[in-house]
Write a protein that binds this ligand. Sequence first.
Ligand SMILES: Nc1ncnc2c1ncn2[C@@H]1O[C@H](COP(=O)(O)OP(=O)(O)OP(=O)(O)O)[C@@H](O)[C@H]1O
Ligand SMILES: CCCC(=O)O
Length: 354
Amino acid sequence: MFKILVINPGSTSTKIAVYEDEKEVLKEVIPHDISDLKRFRNVVDQYEMRKDTILEFLEKENINLNSISAVVGRGGLLRPVPSGIFKINEKMLDELRTAKYGEHESNLGALIAYRIAEKIGVQALIADPVVVDELEDIARISGHPDFKRKSIFHALNQKAIARKISQKIGKDYKMLNLVIVHLGGGISIGAHKKGRVVDVNNALEGEGPFTPERSGTLPLTGFIDLCYYVYPESDIRKLIKGRGGLVSYLGTNNAKEVVEKIKNGDEYAKKIYSAMAHQIIKWIGKMSAVLNFEVDAIGLTGGLANENEFLIPWIKEKVAFIAPIYVFPGEEEEEALANAALRVLRGQEEAVDY
Ligand SMILES: Nc1ncnc2c1ncn2[C@@H]1O[C@H](COP(=O)(O)OP(=O)(O)OP(=O)(O)O)[C@@H](O)[C@H]1O
Ligand SMILES: CCCC(=O)O
């Protein structure tokens, strides 16, 4: 039996889980107070605090670290990589410490996993980080040679859900065309063509539908004016990630609150929420077009896939004609990470050097 420790840092919490083979024996979402996080200038500065919180929690739960066979973290902003499992090495750690490819909470996943694994002398791994890049060349072209489109998305959850849908259909993932829609604080919509995500919106850097707290694609000329005349740079970045989307229109990133407003007759909230659904639907259409409208299934996942009063019915109504729809509310990231580590420990898959 292998015991695996999973570490998945998010913007306001750190999720940790312990698996014994395929069985989840412990799962916890450790919340971090926003006011507490604000004292850190950069994400990487939260490293000690988050690591210590995890170690204290494991101690409290009487998890003997020496019984762990591998530690696996959610991987962060690295150079573009193929889908797979990666050994955490010094080069990766350096790039994450210096945020060479940018700041993201999942950068902490590899840093903390490595430290704990080193302490107990076991393997430290990441799997399907947010920079998994399987784009077709044509999808890299943006509209100006100075800008390349990038593949940054919820690769871990999208791949996990794609495999689950393949199992339900009873065919190999590599035989199917799927549109997978991750509906979380960030939204990514990927065209999975025979096992490869050949096109997807860059969910982190201002592309795609607007989301509970991100702007998605914005009209460029108005944006340029804002950069020049109105906002300082740091505010502009927050407008895209953190203070865009529902937050900017309705003052909340919480879909449950938006649902309550609509039920209480708030027409403006309904208009904005419908517009978010409208943009999601458009991106599902785009990705279906990338797949020549030969789509075997559409998968809806992420926290917002729980929202069954308005959002999910609106989306279903518009896209059901394209392909059968499978809904997997929430995310399967911890399970996907544990399974990845298990495949390595069992010798079924090799972890590659970064
Ligand atoms: N049971 C629920 N009913 C309605 N909305 C929900 C429910 N659970 C979560 N949400 C909404 O889902 C959104 C957050 O989704 P999720 O928790 O997947 O995001 P995240 O993990 O913070 O970000 P990301 O998925 O981009 O990594 C919020 O708008 C939240 O209000
Ligand atoms: C882009 C993948 C992760 C996120 O939305 O933050």
